[in-house]
Structure formats: C-alpha cells, structure tokens
Design a binder for this molecule. Structure first.
Ligand SMILES: C[S@@+](CC[C@H](N)C(=O)[O-])C[C@H]1O[C@@H](n2cnc3c(N)ncnc32)[C@H](O)[C@@H]1O
Length: 269
C-alpha cells in the first residue's frame, strides 16, 4: 500500500515538495529502508531492492515491469532487432532494474549494460542480475559507453530538461552501432491529463497549453535543487524535429508504456 495515495498522504507530500530541506530529510529517512533485505515480488524474476523508487505498490511494479519488457520486445522486433540479433544492449537509466531484471531471460547477461547516474542502483543491478554495470555523469561526456545494437531508456527523458534531452539525442549516434535501435518513453497530452490525478505540483492545463503551443513542457521539481530534473512532456513532432542527422523516428505509439508513449528510433547503416 502506498501511503501517498490517501488525501492525507498527498497533503503531506505537497508540503514536502514545497521545501527542498524537508524533502531531503524525508528522503534520507525513507532511504534507510535500503538496509532491509531485498524482497521477492510475485511474477517477476529477481528480488526487488527496498530503495527502488519505482515501487509504489509491488503488484503495480510487477505489472509494469512485465508489460514494459513485453512492449520493449515488441518494439525491437518491429525494428528488426529481435533479441536473437542483439549482441550488445544498454538499459540507459536502469534505476534498480525494473526492466533490467528480464533481460538475462532473453540474452546472455554479459551482453547487457545497466547504466545510470546512481552508483548504488547500478551496483545492485550488477550483483542481482549479473549484468555489466556502468556509472556515468548526467552530461554523458566522459562516460566510456562503447557501442550497442539496442538501447532502452524507460522513464528517463520524461524527467530531463530540454537541454538534457538534447544531450541524450545528440549522443545517440555515438552510442549506437550503425543500424542500431533506441527505444525510449516520453510523456505527451495523455500523460498531461493523467497528471491532474497523479501529480502534486503540475498544473495539467499549463502542460497542455505548452504542448499545443511549443510541443514541449518542462517543470523542474520544486523539491530538488537540480535544475535539469523534473517533469518533461513532448509531442512526437517536437521529438522528430530534434533528432540529429542519421537518426530516424521509425515508430511512435501513444500510451504503450503505462502512461508513457513509446518511441523507436534507428541510426542509419
Ligand atoms: C524514473 S527512473 C526510471 C528507472 C528505470 N528505467 C525504470 O523504468 O524503472 C529514472 C532513472 O534515470 C536516471 N537518470 C537521471 N538522469 C539521468 C541521466 N542524465 N542519464 C542517465 N540516467 C539518468 C535516474 O538516476 C533514475 O534511475
């Protein structure tokens, strides 16, 4: 059960979001849960780390974990990159492995790189799922990525400023092999409508107006002192226009990763 689903819980969360200091204290207290042993969750491979921030309700976590993996597999197959053809794969912004955990069920674990800017999350994925870990900096520059046949960034661009989305897109041609495929998630109008129920700091009308006018909206989290981290929305037209040369949008589908849209892009051969 998620304590923030009740109206009292949401009022507390709203209060915390107004103060970066109080939010920081609460986050430290909550992260002490990481001292508890990882738990098994029915229906998914591997255990779940107590600090996995994607868990609000374990059943929902298991559902999205499985569904996201299945949608990813579908998108790769659509782009002619079935798992049997993939020699190197990077889970970009892997977190504590909501999707990473499935990858060793379809390709050898040493073909999978779990990348994140959070070293604890990367080390967990290495230990628990046997994949290779790579810790990097948000700006990407200086991180020894290597090249990959396929990349997945789940719920990553949905939290980055316009500048950082550009950093990600501009670097894709350097990270992918020629003909390589990237699948990533994005939030658009649908997600903006859902924000009305789920967000404590977004005003969905403002998001919708900006999306219609500019094709893009970003709001930094009020509770963090990191200006490049927040809630990000963009339209497929905006995204397609931002792709660097050589990278083409091959498919966009609305709401395929829970509330997020699915984007598939391919680097020319
Ligand atoms: C919302 S979580 C999603 C985690 C995981 N992909 C999932 O779907 O469960 C976003 C992740 O992106 C990572 N992240 C944030 N900024 C990043 C950046 N510039 N480059 C790579 N990862 C980043 C965060 O550390 C976090 O683990």
């Amino acid at each position: 059960m998620n304590p923030f689903n009740s109206s009292f819980g949401r009022a507390c969360l709203r209060g915390l979001h107004r103060s970066p200091f109080l939010y920081g204290v609460a986050k430290r207290i909550f992260s002490a849960r990481g001292l508890l042993p990882p738990r098994a969750v029915h229906g998914i491979p591997g255990r779940v780390h107590r600090n996995d921030f994607m868990v609000s309700d374990p059943r929902h976590y298991a559902k999205t974990s499985k569904e996201h993996f299945e949608t990813l597999s579908e998108e790769l197959a659509f782009a002619d990159r079935e798992w049997s053809k993939i020699k190197s794969f990077i889970d970009f912004g892997c977190g504590y492995g909501r999707v990473t955990r499935w990858l060793p069920t379809v390709i050898p674990a040493d073909r999978v790189t779990a990348f994140d800017v959070n070293p604890k999350a990367v080390r967990w994925c290495e230990r628990e799922f046997g994949v290779r870990g790579l810790v990097g900096r948000p700006e990407i520059a200086g991180t020894p990525f290597g090249k990959y046949d396929a990349l997945f960034a789940c719920s990553v661009l949905t939290h980055l400023s316009e500048r950082m989305v550009d950093v990600f897109l501009q670097n894709l041609p350097k990270i992918l092999h020629p003909g390589g495929v990237a699948v990533f998630t994005g939030k658009a109008l649908n997600s903006a409508k859902m924000a009305r129920e789920t967000s404590v700091h977004l005003v969905s009308e403002v998001v919708e107006d900006s999306l219609e006018r500019d094709g893009f909206y970003f709001q930094a989290y009020p509770h963090y002192r990191i200006p490049d981290l927040g809630d990000t929305f963009f339209t497929p037209e905006w995204l397609a226009a931002r792709l660097p040369q050589g990278l083409n949008l091959v498919r966009h589908r609305t709401g395929k990763f829970w509330t997020h849209d699915s984007y598939v892009v391919r680097l020319e051969d």
